[in-house]
Design a protein around this ligand. Structure first.
Ligand code: HEM
Ligand code: HEM
Length: 137
């Protein structure tokens, strides 16, 4: 793995470790207040980052775009803002809600940017598919 693909996979592993530690702490303390935080770290963090990583790994044409770097940083910063903000929000710090809202919008914009990057590649790109048999193109 290279570039943005490797960055996304590293981020995914960090989310998985943090999210599982939070899950274990919830299970051991029998306090599930942070369940939505855990759920978003695991699914929006670990699983989505891993999907992005494998997409960029499989389609080098997408990885080569400078927009892919913007996509990584927008997704990483807003995603971390989202889950860290959510953690404090659910712990009772209501003043952080606007930060969580802005982070959520950033995360959504990251998804729109990914659609902009990914869809033309899967519909139009030849370089990423040159090893694929003719009948599967
Ligand atoms: C060390 C491993 C894990 C532990 C100890 C753990 C623990 C927990 C606990 C205690 C809850 C709260 C259940 C409830 O209150 O109903 C929960 C919910 C959840 N966990 Fe985990 N978890 C782990 C791994 C994972 C993984 C690997 C994923 C996904 C990739 C995941 C996704 C979720 C989701 C989506 C929920 C919310 C479920 C719902 O909406 O009812 N967890 N987890
Ligand atoms: C724009 C960013 C997002 C916002 C603002 C958001 C907001 C929410 C809200 C308000 C809930 C209900 C929580 C509750 O009832 O306590 C929720 C639940 C959930 N969301 Fe998200 N979400 C976002 C992104 C995502 C993404 C990208 C995923 C998965 C890839 C995801 C997976 C889940 C899951 C599994 C639950 C159920 C677990 C739970 O009840 O906490 N969310 N989300």
């Amino acid at each position: 793995m290279q570039g943005v693909a490797r960055n996304f996979f590293t981020l995914a592993i960090i989310y998985a470790i943090c999210g599982m530690m939070l899950g274990l702490s919830m299970a051991m303390s029998q306090d599930h207040t942070e369940m939505p935080t855990h759920a978003h770290i695991m699914v929006a963090g670990w699983l989505m980052s891993a999907v992005f990583a494998f997409f960029y790994h499989l389609f080098p044409a997408a990885r080569a775009s400078r927009l892919a770097v913007v996509h990584f940083w927008l997704t990483a910063l807003s995603g971390i803002g989202l889950v860290v903000g959510l953690y404090f929000l659910l712990a009772g710090h209501e003043a952080i809600e606007p930060f969580v809202a802005v982070s959520s919008i950033g995360f959504f914009l990251g998804m729109l940017l990914f659609a902009w990057i990914a869809l033309p590649v899967i519909y139009g790109s030849r370089p990423a598919r040159e090893n694929v048999p003719l009948w599967d193109r």
